[in-house]
Design a protein around this ligand. Structure first.
Ligand code: SAM
Length: 243
């Protein structure tokens, strides 16, 4: 997959994109990452990418010309990209969206700064994404979060392919609680069944524990979780007890 970012702080990506799973994905050729500097498409001495806001208002807005020219240039060659703009007014990002994005051959992510973008740039967008109901100073961190969540879903990116299948949100539930050595620590014991070696019993315990945890911590997810009638009744009991 090709992931390209367009921003005024391309250097922000260097370390994150060279570390751990993302770094390994690049070395293995699973991820081809390029950070473009928006200022390369400016024409004035100050390499400006922003300007005052029509109608008044605090701060500066990222203006159209460098963004339009950059997107024209970047997208003029290579596979057809899916162009993403980051904005708090976009679609909330979640695991389903990460999975959908992992199916594209090429993503181009445009990161805002200052007071955000001139509204007209959104005509270039295939999709606008929000990371959540809060305001960041820039879209670079959002682009890193989305790239991280998407790339770990690509075949071969994770050491153990099951890791992405069994984790939170993958099956509409939070992940079941997990433990490692020591089995007993400061009076806290690992559930007996996990030490039993009985794979059937372990799978059953994990399913039950995932439902219990989701009903307690994210009751909103239970309504859409794929549960059997008996499991839903169990989840509803937990939800009622947590109210
Ligand atoms: N004035 C804008 C508003 O109120 O919607 C916020 C601009 S913010 C300070 C600057 C840039 O950070 C945005 O253009 C966007 O690219 C990025 N950003 C901020 N919050 C974000 C969020 N929750 N999700 C995605 N991107 C965000």
């Amino acid at each position: 997959m090709i992931v390209e970012t367009l921003s005024v702080f391309p250097e922000m990506f260097e370390q994150v994109m060279a570390t751990s799973i993302l770094g390994r994905a690049r070395k293995k050729g699973i991820l081809d990452f390029r950070a473009h500097d928006l200022r390369d498409w400016t024409h004035d001495r100050h390499r400006s990418t922003d300007d005052e806001i029509y109608g008044g208002g605090a701060g500066l807005l990222m203006c159209c010309p460098p963004i339009f020219e950059a997107i024209d240039d970047i997208t003029s060659t290579g596979p057809a990209p899916h162009v993403i703009f980051f904005t708090p007014t976009g679609q909330p990002f979640d695991q389903d969206m990460a999975l959908e994005l992992s199916g594209y051959e090429r993503l181009v992510m445009v990161c805002g700064r200052y007071e955000g973008f001139d509204e007209r740039v959104y005509t270039l967008a295939d999709r606008c994404i929000s990371l959540g109901d809060y305001v960041l100073t820039g879209g670079e961190l959002a682009a890193m979060v989305v790239t991280d969540a998407v790339v770990r879903l690509l075949p071969g990116a994770l050491g153990d392919e099951n890791s992405a299948v069994e984790e939170s949100f993958a099956e509409g539930l939070l992940e079941f609680p997990q433990y490692t050595r020591p089995a007993s620590y400061r009076g806290m014991e690992v559930p007996e069944v996990l030490l039993s070696g009985n794979h059937g019993a372990i799978a059953q315990w994990r399913r039950r524990a995932a439902i219990e945890k989701t009903a307690r911590l994210r009751p909103d997810m239970i309504d859409t979780a794929p549960l059997a009638d008996e499991e839903r009744a169990y989840a509803d009991t937990i939800r009622a007890d947590s109210d």
